[in-house]
Design a protein around this ligand. Sequence first.
Ligand code: GLA
Ligand code: ZN
Length: 677
Amino acid sequence: MMSMKKIPYGGDYNPEQWAPEVWDEDMRLLKLAGIDIVTLNVFNWASLQRDEETYDFSKLDQIIEKVTKADLNICMGTSTAAHPAWMAKKYPDILRTEWNGMKRKFGGRHNSCPNSPTFQKYSVLLTEKLAQRYKGQKNIVAWHVNNEYGGKCFCETCEKAFRVWLQRKYKTLETLNHEWNTAFWGHTFYEWDEIVIPNALSEEFAENRTMFQGISLDYARFSSDSLLENYKAEYEVIKKYIPEAVITTNLMGTYKPLDYQKWGEYMDFISYDNYPGNEETPAYIAMKHDLMRSLKQGKPFALMEQTPSVSNWLPNNSLKRPGVLRLWSYQAVAHGADTVMYFQMRRSLGACEKYHGAVIDHVGNENTRVFREVRELGEELVQLGDCVTGSRYQAEAAIIFDWDNWWAVEYSAGPNQNLKYLEEFFNYYEAFHKNHVPVDLISCKDDFKKYKVIAAPLLYLIKPGVAQALEEFVQSGGTLISTFFSGYVNENDYVTPGGYPGELRKLLGIWVEEIDSLPVNKFNHFVYKGKEYPAGMLCDLLHLEKARSLAEYGEDFYQGMPVLTCNEFGMGKAYYVAARSDADFYKRFILDLCLETDIKPLIEIDDNTVSEGVEVTVREKEGTRLWFLLNHNSMPVQVKTPVDGINLLTGNEHKKTEILTMKEYAVEIIAESSRKN
Ligand code: GLA
Ligand code: ZN
């Protein structure tokens, strides 16, 4: 990735917002804080290009010279995430049209139509000039294309491009008409240009609610692909001039509109921005880290942005408590990050981010709590050196995360609008997390056979080859956990006839005849290993074919029908959870399956010295296992040391099972002493 003698430490720096007199003081403060990398030139297009012909890089040259003299590395932005006002005035095709048909004027950012010829031409041209100009700049250790790609455009240019995309995908209108089932409501298309964008003016009646799932699903894919094409065009032009460049764009974790698994293939390393909302639990934050790490099969990722203290865009922006900045930085590292970076170095003086946290506050000096915390962490990362960088996270279990399914499940009309992909997914993620069992969040294309256990919640839509791959995985000894609302449709949301769960029916050994959708506060119940748990949201009424029942519904007219099943298939087992249950059930059930498949939790959870809210992960490097212990509690806890080893942060030696008192928000990193075989 970047230069790896230590964890790169820094973040977004926007000196173009200040007079050059301020820059010297910035350099003094950044050095004092232990910063060694700055992300430059992220939102700078208008100042680099004042009209079609005139480019002026003189100020950027000065900034680069300044940070280079200060011995800082550079993550080089391309500035294409907000177009100049003159460009919007002269070439309105660059402006986006919203879902409701409203054509936008100039304003905001992330505002260019991805299919606009103007945007395509000038964004690549700017990036080309940057690559040409700075190709010899040795301290540029990474390129940062655009910024947080996102959103959708519904303009006429996009409509035309969508038809081309469809033609490429379906080849003929007959195929398209079949897959979208346009015979329904007499929507048959005879010419490609009869197809219009699905939005408020056509097939959609609310955002995410559609009358034709096929077209809306394809538009979601097309929109993600359109932005990806923008990214790829900039990527390629950088590589043309700097073949050795390492290139990324900053992703946003669980961001629904972009299929990051597809994007990951075109990124040299994954980078992402971690901005947890006030309500997010440590497990929820961890889930996003694990997703980002898994986009490139476990290769370390970059924590590109996080706020040192507050955000400005939440309804209520609370301060990170003393210690939380450090804790969350290490949490990212614990899950596979190899950088710790912030947005931003100096707080703006105007516009909507002036109250967003920064390393240097409006007071302008080092005498702030936040600066002190940033500085302390900076010093610690220097001490840590290269102990962690390049190490790998190891998981024997995985959960399938799939953007097509996220879109399809939430476009579905029926059976239950409360069914949310991420919520259901998180139920499973949290269960592994609470049991201290590491997981990868894999795509449908990843190698299933690397794992002992795979959970596939809400695998509603089955892409070509996926059912077979799952069968092979179980056949050869794997354990699969499937859930309600799985196997119903093909990749275009067209039902697989012959009984649910369609292509998964043989593997699961069941036939789902009906689904009872329950209101939010209503539950059926079942007993699993002597304890009663709720069954809600969707309750499948299913018949056993080859599978056996592990638990049955306790109430209603389907009392006695199976709610939890297991099918022995080849050398493995395929479980089916036919309704939503609660966190206690998932935790218990997942632990049982892990123990059954010989996956050992990193620490034992029934050990009463381990408090709730302590997270444990392991990264491995050259045979040494690095144990991260993170206390997410606002009070001290006692933890039993999991291994013999040296604490990389304190230098102290620890003995296995010794009681370790961890202060509130404390972090320990223990390098395990080599194990005797
Ligand atoms: C995002 C952007 C930054 C900044 C921060 C504020 O992550 O990439 O430019 O706006 O949010 O939280
Ligand atoms: Zn458009």
